[in-house]
Ligand binder design. Structure first.
Ligand SMILES: [Zn+2]
Ligand SMILES: [Zn+2]
Length: 204
């Protein structure tokens, strides 16, 4: 075959290859949820799909569809929701509002204390240490240092409030109010607490 003719033949062939039929062949991976509503003008031009699942139009570069097998951005947010659900399950949170996307603020509930708070999923997952309740934590931060130590010590050892109340000769309500910052520890309570902390800590 003549070289020039061969070049012409290949060029014509490849040009012919990248037509609508070729494009349609290459978007099958998207499945029936994606409806192509634009023409195909070449791989460097944009095409438009209607994504039935999120009811939005999606305008990717044709080459990103054919060669990178990209998806409508809502699929990314679905991955975000999956991640968020896992995080909430493992850390005792409930998603109160409908999930919008990773950056949009919605309400969550901490199951342990029933506190409801607003955060973006991204902040909940990445800026929240040990899955703690932000409401309780904000509250905790404001308490006196000795009360903070008492709470930490009690929780570390799984000592119920009623048991701590008996140790300090006060009522459970008093312990509860102290932990919620509604009253301060009296000097004699602090004294008893310290001696219990010492004895229980040394006993291991
Ligand atoms: Zn979509
Ligand atoms: Zn809480």
């Amino acid at each position: 075959m003549d070289v020039e003719f061969e070049k012409y033949f290949l060029k014509k062939n490849s040009a012919k290859k990248r037509n609508m039929a070729w494009f349609k062949e290459n978007i099958k991976y998207l499945g029936p949820d994606y409806e192509l509503i634009s023409g195909f003008m070449g791989t460097d031009r944009r095409v438009t799909f209607y994504h039935k699942e999120c009811k939005k139009y999606w305008n990717p570069l044709a080459r990103n569809v054919v060669y990178a097998h990209s998806h409508c951005p809502c699929c990314k947010s679905r991955a975000g929701l999956k991640h968020l659900k896992e995080y909430c399950e493992n850390n005792g949170f409930t998603i109160v509002d409908e999930y919008i996307n990773y950056m949009t603020v919605i309400r969550f509930k901490k199951n342990e204390c029933n506190h409801i708070f607003k955060k973006s999923p991204s902040n909940l997952i990445h800026k929240n240490i040990h899955g703690r309740c932000p409401v309780c934590y904000r509250h905790f931060e404001k308490l006196d240092d000795d009360v903070k130590k008492m709470i930490q010590w009690r929780k570390d050892r799984n000592i119920p409030q009623i048991q701590l109340a008996e140790m300090l000769y006060v009522s459970t309500a008093t312990i509860s109010n102290t932990e919620r910052g509604k009253r301060k520890l009296r000097p004699e309570e602090k004294q008893r607490l310290l001696s219990y902390m010492d004895s229980l800590t040394f006993r291991g």
